[in-house]
Design a protein around this ligand. Structure first.
Ligand code: AMP
Length: 544
């Protein structure tokens, strides 16, 4: 027998209508790319979002078409998020830190019809656009006064955002979509091979936002002021653009200025209570606070995740600045939240040392998400706090396959389990700790660098017989790549010869920090490079 309760689809438009209808006066503040602070409220956001939805109609888009964004965190980006998803289009956020070739690969793979771009990201689009195959219109996210004419591929219509929406109606009745309809798309480079798309649905997005707002996760409230420092192109700013309006929370967008001073000043000016970001960002902030003697007294919680988090960050913010640091773990493939480190009362630590020992674990799973450990043959492993295994994930907001890509099919296992590529241990209380990574990929400052791409470029040098890229720990960036080179017999290429190979082929920040030479790169029985051996040998290398 079925229950007799109403069956409304879980749609992003319901978050929108709730926020606009109940929290119209609540503010959305943005540090703009053009310069200066922009300030309006949920009511104006609602009107402009509907105007944008009407404007997009004029571009002859069909439901399911993708609108790409290359933009920092700001109010226009939030308008695009909702105008697209609520009207049945797909909001595809792209990372402006990528190389133009990677951007054009992703735009073509996603078949983006429209791209919305912040002014200071135009140079990237100018370089990438020659290879675009599907883009029909480029919307420049600015007003007439600041508009510039980009030098892009012929045939792509160039539109000024403010002119585009100016004369549109503020009325738009959102369609009653199936809750499984795709709502947004985000590519991850945290895999081998080409970047892969994760296609979120309305249902997964709404459930993830609910999950975020559970008491022991992040939660937002109407009295909070949230600043998502994590970019809106990195897994939808970890869900904040949905979870915050769900609770009528004031939002402050930092724009492109993510240095310690800009973040501190904005936090104080807008009285931020909660903020989210990767360790590198919080390290910049902590250093700035220590050097300048400034405080951030309104900030009660800092959510940290995306990379392994040094203990000193927890200690620094909690002991010196009174902000609780909430440690979370997740992935693009998981919308992203999987675990949060929130101990139960019964586990009160005896002292600060024990407290921080607990904090550096990635934490317990959130309701809506499950995890387990398996060995290489897929057998379940015990959760005894000691046994390490491959970490599997499944849940309401975990992907079931990549978008139009089956190259990593073996990561999707029976029972709906997804192999995260992380290696972990879980203790009897459900606390998970990441211990390693099976993915041959490097995460620097919260951004992925493919070791395979770096190796392929290096072996293109005529004097290189083989090359292997590993990461070494780095104080500011968490990890940095170094390349280990086995020269051709009788040859001795220099460090500069090798590093010059990377110029122009990848984004500058992806270029290895150092080149080390070895007589022989160790290979396994199947010819694969034995990275573990190299990590043992060179992993302690200090970058000069
Ligand atoms: P992304 O898809 O870019 O968000 O990257 C997800 C990956 O980042 C995870 O699979 C982990 O390898 C890593 N990661 C995320 N959060 C943490 C964390 N708190 N501690 C250690 N690694 C993390």
């Amino acid at each position: 027998m079925l229950g007799l309760m109403q069956d409304h689809p879980l749609l992003i438009s319901s978050i929108f209508e709730h926020a606009v209808g109940n929290y119209g006066k609540q503010e959305i503040v943005s540090n703009t790319v053009e310069g200066g602070i922009h300030r309006y409220n949920y009511s104006s956001w609602g009107e402009r979002t509907k105007k944008l939805a009407n404007a997009l109609k004029s571009l002859n888009l069909n439901q399911g078409d993708k609108v790409g964004t290359l933009a920092w965190n700001g109010y226009r980006h939030l308008e695009i998020y909702y105008a697209t998803s609520c009207s049945g289009l797909i909001c595809h956020t792209l990372n402006p830190r990528l190389h133009p070739d990677q951007v054009s690969y992703i735009v073509n793979h996603a078949e983006d019809k429209v791209l919305c771009v912040d002014l200071n990201i135009l140079p990237l689009i100018e370089k990438a656009s020659e290879n675009f195959k599907t883009v029909e219109a480029l919307v420049i996210m600015t007003d007439e006064k600041n508009m510039i004419k980009p030098n892009i591929k012929d045939g792509i219509k160039v539109i000024c955002y403010e002119e585009f929406i100016k004369d549109q109606s503020e009325e738009y009745i959102w369609p009653q979509l199936d809750e499984k309809t795709a709502s947004s798309l985000c590519y991850t480079s945290g895999t081998t091979g080409n970047p892969k798309g994760v296609l979120y649905s309305h249902r997964s997005t709404v459930l993830h936002a609910y999950g975020m707002n559970l008491k022991d996760v992040v939660p937002y409230g109407a009295k909070d002021v949230v600043m998502p420092v994590v970019p809106m192109f990195h897994v939808n700013a970890w869900g904040t653009p949905y979870a915050a309006p769900m609770c009528g929370t004031k939002i402050v967008f930092p724009g492109a200025k993510l240095d310690g001073e800009s973040i501190t000043d904005l936090m104080n000016a807008e009285k931020i209570t909660i903020s989210l970001g990767v360790p590198t960002i919080w390290l910049l902030l902590l250093n700035h606070l220590r050097e300048s003697g400034k405080r951030i007294d309104t900030v009660k919680r800092l959510v940290i995740g995306g990379s392994s988090c040094p203990r000193t960050l927890f200690e620094g913010f909690e002991d010196e600045f009174g902000a609780e640091v909430i440690h979370a773990w997740g992935m693009t493939e998981m919308s992203p939240l999987g675990t949060v480190n929130m101990p139960a009362l019964a586990e009160e630590p005896k002292n600060r040392t024990e407290y921080y020992d607990q904090k550096i674990a990635q934490g317990r799973t959130i309701f809506g998400h499950q995890m387990k450990l398996v060995d290489d043959e897929g057998n379940d492993l015990p959760e005894d706090g000691e046994t390490q295994g491959r970490l599997l994930s499944r849940g309401f907001w975990v992907l079931k396959e990549y978008y139009n890509d089956t190259t990593e099919k073996d990561r999707f296992l029976d029972g709906g389990w997804f192999d995260t590529g992380d290696v972990a241990k879980i203790d009897a209380d459900g606390f998970m700790t990441i211990t390693d990574r099976t993915k041959d990929i490097i995460k620097s400052g919260g951004e992925w660098i493919s070791s395979i791409d770096l190796e392929n470029i290096c072996v293109g040098h005529p004097e290189v017989a083989n090359a292997a890229v590993i990461s070494v720990p780095h104080e500011k960036w968490e990890e940095r790549p170094i390349v280990i080179v086995q020269p051709m017999p009788g040859k001795s290429p220099s460090k500069d010869d090798i590093l010059n190979m990377y110029e122009g082929k990848i984004a500058k920040w992806m270029i290895p920090d150092d080149v080390l030479f070895t007589d022989l790169i160790p290979l396994g029985a199947t010819g694969k490079i034995l990275k573990n051996k190299l990590r043992d040998q060179f992993g302690g290398h200090k970058i000069s």
